[in-house]
Design a binder for this molecule. Structure first.
Ligand code: AMP
Ligand code: ZN
Length: 483
């Protein structure tokens, strides 16, 4: 691992340019990613964004950075309240309302974390729940009020966008069209209706609430991320990320809140992932055109193939979801894994001297350099993977003729480990083989117990062709070893 990690560049939505990421503290990256709103299953569009962020984080880690990652859980928000309160009586207590909200959000938080695990997404260092940060949110709003950037209207508090000269810097809004003074209570709204936005919402009948200096109410969605991000990652954050739909209003408003309070730049680099689409439309719950991860795994789709199908496309390009794309991903993975298995083996004598023989060490060094150069250029995964596949073709051809020696094979395996630390799709498969062999041994034991000798012999023969030799022990158990 290099001492000073190489500089990686990313497209910055603030400047609309690919720029080098220069961390506030050398060798360290603070990363905030907006987490899920836990009122339902995440769809694979949402998961595309989380897979992109996992790639981002793993790439910095593999390059030698220490990454501090914070991903929040949005567990109080308009849609959560809509879906959690319906079954309660009109006179339900505030405690009952909170409990109903928590039952819903606990359930979908657990499901969300299981989905991340299935997809090989690393857990964040901090996973704060918004409802645990209400005091920080209240303090932040009070601070904005003290600075003249917030005002109260009928128990709700609004952000005065006219008070912040840089309002609109992220979404590149035209300041002429803004209507400060008019205000919006909804968390989500379009960029053609730019108004003052809500920081704290006065409680309405039928909603859970917290006590505040402005009376009972609850936080707006945008203030949640500012409060949690500043509390856990501090006043200067290197990277902040979400899907492109979060640029406006969510991230624009986070900047307004945090920078309004701090008086200086909060986040250096804003990185946004493009949408996953279905037949030309954004995959969205509201459009009903979505798949969850569980829909796909129930159809037999391998989660790692989905991971690869998504990550092998550039994160800033719209990606059309298709089953054909998934099959392509499965084939690509088979090729890399077969190559890995080949390099883990010893190789045969091959066809002897070959006129196109190459220096595998130099070839590997060149592939590694190109791989990192393309990843460092705005995470260009399609190009980086193309480098890997060309290397595989070249070394397969070489190995067919003159088998690579053990040291060369190990160097190739080290590169496969280095790239797998990012893509998490072609790990060393010892356990996979173990499981398969154990399953066949069990099938043979069952066949013998049923006195089905032909089947028992067939399984032994199948294992033999896999290079596995069985050893029947005196105690009745069966061991195995590679031939
Ligand atoms: P939500 O749970 O709705 O707050 O969304 C979680 C993340 O998914 C956010 O970063 C969104 O920007 C992202 N997202 C929503 N729909 C899509 C989509 N179709 N493709 C990619 N990302 C999406
Ligand atoms: Zn957020």
């Amino acid at each position: 691992m290099p001492k000073t990690p190489p500089t990686l560049s990313l497209f910055n939505t603030l400047t609309r340019q690919v720029e080098p990421v220069r961390p506030v503290t050398e060798g360290r990256i603070s990363l905030y990613t907006c987490g899920p709103t836990v009122y339902n299953y995440a769809h694979i569009g949402n998961l595309r964004t989380f897979l992109f962020q996992d790639l981002l984080k793993r790439t910095f880690r593999a390059a030698g950075y220490q990454v501090q990652h914070c991903m929040n859980i949005t567990d109080v928000e308009d849609k959560i309240i809509r879906d959690s309160q319906g079954a309660l009586a009109a006179d339900a207590s505030n405690e009952e309302r909170h409990a109903a909200m928590k039952t819903l959000t606990d359930r979908f938080t657990t499901i969300f974390l299981e989905d991340l695990d299935t997809l090989g997404i690393l857990p964040a260092d901090h996973m704060p729940r918004a409802t645990d940060y209400i005091p920080q949110m209240i303090r932040l709003i009070q601070d904005l009020e003290a600075k003249g950037l917030a005002y109260v209207r009928e128990g709700s508090v609004y952000y005065r966008i006219a008070g912040l000269p840089q309002y609109g810097c992220l979404a590149h809004l035209d300041r002429e069209g803004m209507q400060s003074g008019a205000s919006v209570d909804a968390d989500e709204y379009e960029r053609d209706s730019v108004t003052d936005f809500v920081l704290w919402k006065a409680a309405k009948p039928g909603e859970p609430w917290w006590a505040s200096p402005w009376g009972p109410g609850r936080p707006g969605w945008h203030i949640e991320c500012s409060a949690m991000g500043m509390d856990l990652l501090g006043d200067r954050v290197d990277l902040h990320s979400g899907g492109v739909d979060l640029i406006f209003p969510h991230h624009e408003n986070e900047i307004a809140q945090s920078e309004g309070c701090l008086g200086h730049r909060w986040v250096n680099h804003w990185v946004h992932g493009e949408f996953l689409m279905v037949e030309g439309q954004k995959m969205a719950k509201s459009l009903g055109n979505f798949f969850t991860l569980r829909d796909l795994t129930a159809k037999g789709v391998d989660a790692t193939a989905l991971r690869y199908a998504i990550q092998s496309n550039h994160y800033r390009k719209v990606l059309n979801f298709s089953f054909e794309g998934l099959r392509g991903a499965e084939n690509a993975l088979k090729r890399i894994r077969a190559f890995r298995a080949r390099m883990e083996g010893e190789g045969s004598a091959g066809g002897g001297p070959w006129k196109e023989a190459l220096d595998s060490t130099a070839r590997l060094a060149q592939a590694r350099e190109s791989f990192w150069a393309t990843m460092a250029d705005d995470l260009n995964t399609p190009e980086a993977l193309a480098e890997l596949f060309t290397l595989i073709s070249d070394l397969n051809a070489q190995d067919d003729h003159v088998a690579l020696i053990r040291e060369e094979r190990d160097a190739v395996l080290a590169f496969l480990d280095e790239t797998d630390a990012i893509f998490a799709a072609w790990p060393h498969q010892a356990h996979g083989l173990d499981a398969e062999v154990e399953a066949l041994i069990e099938a043979r034991r069952a066949a013998k117990a049923a006195k089905n000798w032909a089947e028992a012999d067939r399984v032994r023969e199948q294992l033999r062709t896999m290079g596995i030799v069985l050893e029947d022990r005196k105690d009745g158990s069966t061991g195995w070893r590679k031939a």
